[in-house]
Write a protein that binds this ligand. Structure first.
Ligand code: F6P
Length: 319
């Protein structure tokens, strides 16, 4: 293989830059030319492509976001969009492609693989919602960013004797809420994967207040009702003043943690190894602390396992 391309697609995540760096440097180390494609599949359709060298990826391992920029591309979902992309790949002589992104990005890569382009996917999303891998690039950083906010909110919440609802991202996956909830000592964690009773939350808050607790954190995954309505209901039912913080995109930015940088570096190098071996349509992941790769279809068809034991533990420890 002489020339490969690399792109980032979908929501950016901290560690994407470290992955790009690993892809570019491992490829060059192996005598392969690398073309950087800007703004995901959008840049592929419109030919926003330039050659990368060792210094294009210098000074980026510690930066959040993605130097290649990213986008969610509707046109690539159409036959016409994909045929434009195939044309561009041919013009630039790109034989292999590394796609760094989430669910939707993987589906696009699989289509390209069926059209004869050797594609390898790396999981880049803060949501940790890809079922085949224990961790996605960016998840650990997002959890740590949330934790930092939890500590700040706890200070003010405790000073006023208030309860705080903290709404976090994750799309349909409760992992950010769960991990940050356990690590942040939240009283309640509300996730899409588990049913919950509001009465349990109210009771915990009242019991806590009765034994002199000065603050309470309720970690709420996005998309499950309205945080502000829940806040009002808590005030009505418990008499405890309740403030809501929606963390939003602050969770997507920031310098990646050591964990994410190492994960991204290992996965980026693995992608090049696979392309050199002639593989295509593979997704790289991490299972039980080891790198794995499997067919993209298989990777996407698995069901995401929610960590029920961790959820139970969170509830036990916040009794
Ligand atoms: O997939 C990452 C993510 O940040 C989700 O957690 C969130 O639901 C969504 O993207 C937000 O998308 P956008 O940045 O396009 O508003």
């Amino acid at each position: 293989m002489k020339t490969i391309g690399v792109l980032t697609s979908g929501g950016d995540s901290p560690g994407m830059n470290a992955a790009i760096r690993a892809v570019v440097r491992s490829a060059i180390y192996n005598g392969i030319k690398v073309m950087g494609i800007e703004r995901g599949y959008n840049g592929l359709i419109n030919g926003k492509i330039k050659e990368m060298n060792l210094s294009s990826v210098g000074d980026i391992i510690h930066r959040g976001g993605t130097i290649l920029k990213t986008a969610r591309c509707e046109e690539f979902k159409t036959e016409d969009g994909r045929s434009k992309a195939l044309n561009v790949l041919e013009i630039f002589g790109i034989e292999g492609l590394v796609v760094i992104g989430g669910n939707g990005s993987f589906k696009g890569a699989q289509k390209l693989s069926h059209s004869g382009i050797k594609t390898i996917c790396l999981p880049g999303t803060i949501d940790n919602d890809l079922p085949y891998t224990d961790y996605t690039i960016g998840f650990d950083t997002a959890v740590n960013t949330v934790l930092h906010s939890v500590s700040n909110i706890r200070d003010t919440s405790a000073s006023h004797g208030r309860a705080s609802i903290i709404e976090v991202m994750g799309r349909y996956c409760g992992d950010i809420a769960l991990y940050a909830g356990l690590a942040g000592g939240a009283e309640s964690v509300i996730v899409p994967e588990e049913e919950y009773k509001k009465e349990d939350i109210f009771r915990k808050l009242i019991n806590g207040r009765n034994r002199g607790k000065m603050h309470s954190i309720i970690m709420l995954a996005e998309g499950i009702g309205n945080a502000f309505d829940l806040g009002k209901e808590i005030e009505e039912k418990t008499g405890i003043e309740t403030k809501v913080t929606v963390l939003g995109h602050i969770q997507r930015g920031g310098s990646p943690t050591a964990f994410d940088r190492i994960l991204a570096s290992k996965m980026g190098a693995k992608a090049i190894e696979l392309l050199i071996d002639g593989a295509s349509g593979r997704a790289v992941g991490m299972k039980n602390n080891s790198l794995i790769d499997l067919d993209i279809d298989e990777a996407l068809s698995q069901d995401k396992q929610f960590d029920k034991d961790m959820y139970k533990l969170t509830n036990i420890l916040s009794i």
